[in-house]
Design a protein around this ligand. Structure first.
Ligand code: GTP
Ligand code: SPV
Ligand code: MN
Length: 592
């Protein structure tokens, strides 16, 4: 236990508020973790899986009403409402402390409070930040042990400093009507109550590493982004790094772990994973932008993960993994989810804990799913076969390209490049995507999701755009900026781009652009590849389809411009004049 007086007095205060029977300090040791797993199996919080087939793996089921992030109940609490902006939910700090204080009061009676010291980022790196999470959930402790760096070395790194993020989480009674995920960026504090689901309760992840960190990044001159980080190793041995921001459940984990198509593999191309969800970006001494993944594991979407789509992710989950809300195969005590293979278990329990009959599964009726569409695996980065050797580099990796992308059936082409850096944040700011099961609410509705950060910016969205523009001036050797869409569909709703490993073909075009090795076609929205410049070797794609994938439908874009104008108006007058000018210029180019 630390002697840090700031930590000790804050923990004392939270103990007095929540009244746990017992307080346990998490030291990061395997011995302690194993004891907690055993305890969780006794209470049914975890189910131990087949030790031969899935060593060290467990299944957890959340409450049926608690399966995704709850954006409507997520708040940014700043003294001034305009600091949170119009896109975030806002509550005055005093009101939020009072309201949640009542919910926390006595909530841990009869329970144990676990004190988790953790580092986002490599312990001791100048990129990294330290947090404490207090929780009454063993599931949270075990997930944090996988997702972050936990234990005594973190406390040593903090020393006597007051610089840590104070997170308090209580399951309370999982009451949906009183579920709150609340951030106090001015106090480095996060309070979360009445949930037991991932992004609501693993406070190091979205709450700290994006919402609080984006606030700190603006103040301190760096960026916290909802981005994967990957390395592309070329046949000559050189590795180039790319960051990509896609909204939740839009392909970050898949792209980060992709396996190159056969003809590129044979040439010697390899892809290495640095991160799959969050990137912290800083300007290096050499004037380039450097990225580090603050996490230590993957909280990945299970459905759709299979031997073909993402073998690396699948391999990562074969040991030391916690599965949440997937199907339990009771014949051999293993797990299954939709899209794993074509052999659903014959005797099975679904994510709700009920017997499940795979023969009743109807892909158009989500209520017949065995696994929840947002079911997840929590797996250690070290178990990933394609983990980058730079994963633990405290300096991060230098970034050549930033990619934005959304899930759009129409409108957005397969890929385009921004005209210049200033146009890049504009491209990010006008991103839109169909909503997914990663957040509660309707699925498949197009909404604007700037930089894939709509649910995660811890301050005013317009100020966030300004910070992006400002960062451009601080990075002498700025990365090039692109936009992709892997999700264009035909009239029948089938994806027309093969996606997954084949996405590397598009990334290689980007690197050629970065290196000035290939020309492009100028369109009103940006540069698109010239016909033939995306290598389609071995693909069954007609020239016609490729043309369709890269086409820019001016009418559809003009309709989008109108929608963007409304969205900018919703954000309000903090939207930088540069971006308004970009929008006007886009409209003019489209109308010519
Ligand atoms: P979060 O963890 O929620 O932030 O999600 P993510 O962005 O990491 O998404 P992930 O890679 O888990 O993919 C989510 C879903 O998109 C899965 O069902 C994938 O099968 C699907 N997907 C990913 N990449 C592609 C692609 O290139 N094409 C198509 N058609 N689907 C894809
Ligand atoms: C996301 O929704 O973007 C996730 C999962 O990565 S969660 O941790 O729930 O935010
Ligand atoms: Mn995510």
């Amino acid at each position: 236990m630390t002697q840090n007086k700031y930590v000790r007095s804050w923990v004392d205060e939270m103990v007095a508020l929540t009244c746990p029977d017992k307080v346990v300090w998490i030291d990061g040791s395997e011995l302690q973790a194993e004891g907690l797993r055993r305890e969780a199996c006794l209470t049914g919080e975890l189910i131990k899986l087949n030790e031969q087939k899935l060593p060290g793996c467990y299944l957890h089921r959340t409450a049926v009403n608690d399966v995704a992030r709850v954006e409507g109940r997520t708040f940014i609490c700043t003294t001034k409402k305009e600091d949170a902006g119009n896109i975030n939910n806002w509550m005055a700090p005093a009101e939020a402390y009072e309201k949640l204080g009542k919910l926390f009061k006595g909530s841990m009676k009869g329970r144990t409070m676990y004190v988790i010291p953790y580092s986002m980022g490599i312990v001791g790196s100048s990129f990294s930040k330290i947090g404490y999470e207090l929780t009454d959930s063993i599931y949270v402790v075990l997930n944090m042990l996988i997702m972050t760096r936990v234990g005594v070395e973190v406390e040593e790194a903090l020393g006597d400093s007051p610089e840590f993020i104070k997170g308090l989480h209580a399951k309370a009674d999982l009451d949906e009507a009183n579920r709150y995920i609340v951030h106090f960026p001015e106090d480095n504090t996060i309070w979360s109550v009445n949930s037991g689901y991932g992004g609501n309760v693993l406070l190091g992840k979205k709450c700290f590493a994006l919402r609080i960190a984006s606030w700190l990044g603006r103040k301190e001159g760096w960026m916290a982004e909802h981005m994967l980080i990957l390395g592309i190793e070329k046949p000559d041995g050189e590795t180039r790094y790319i960051c990509a921001a896609f909204p939740s459940a839009c392909g970050k984990t898949n792209l980060a772990m992709l396996i190159p198509p056969a003809f590129l593999r044979e040439k010697g191309y390899k892809v290495w994973t640095v991160g799959d969800d969050i990137a912290w970006l800083r300007v290096g001494k050499d004037g380039r932008l450097y990225a580090q993944n603050p996490e230590n594991g993957f909280f990945g979407v299970a459905p759709g993960t299979n031997e073909k789509s993402n073998p690396n992710a699948l391999a990562t989950t074969k040991k030391d993994t916690i599965f949440t809300n997937v199907v339990l195969n009771t014949d051999n005590n293993t797990v299954w989810w939709e899209g794993l293979d074509k052999n659903p278990p014959v005797h099975a329990i679904d994510w709700k804990g009920n017997p499940w009959d795979a023969s009743k599964y109807d892909k158009n009726d989500k209520s017949t799913c065995g696994a929840h569409p947002n079911s997840r695996f929590t797996a250690k980065a070290v178990n990933c076969p394609c983990l980058s050797k730079e994963f633990n580099n405290p300096e991060g990796v230098p970034i050549d390209a930033i990619v934005f992308g959304g899930r759009r059936a129409k409108t957005a082409p397969l890929v385009y490049q921004s005209f210049d850096w200033e146009h890049g944040p504009f491209v990010g700011s006008i991103m839109a995507s169909e909503t997914t099961a990663a957040a509660s609410g309707a699925v498949g509705v197009v909404r604007r999701d700037p930089m894939a950060m709509r649910p995660f910016v811890g301050y005013n969205m317009g100020d966030y755009f300004a910070h992006w523009l400002d960062m451009g001036h601080r990075i002498p050797k700025a990365p090039k900026i692109f936009h992709v869409n892997w999700f264009r569909t035909d009239e029948e709703g089938n994806f027309i781009w093969p996606g997954f490993g084949d996405n590397l073909r598009v990334l290689l075009w980007m690197l050629d652009r970065v290196d000035g090795k290939v020309d492009a076609v100028e369109t009103p929205i940006g540069y698109v590849p010239a016909p033939g410049d995306i290598d389609t070797t071995g693909l069954d794609l007609s020239e016609e389809t490729m043309k369709e994938l890269l086409s820019v439908d001016k009418e559809a874009w003009l309709a989008d411009v109108a929608n963007i104008r409304e969205f900018y108006a919703l954000i309000g007058d903090t939207v930088p004049a540069e971006l308004q000018a970009q929008l006007n210029a886009l409209e003019k180019r489209l109308s010519e």
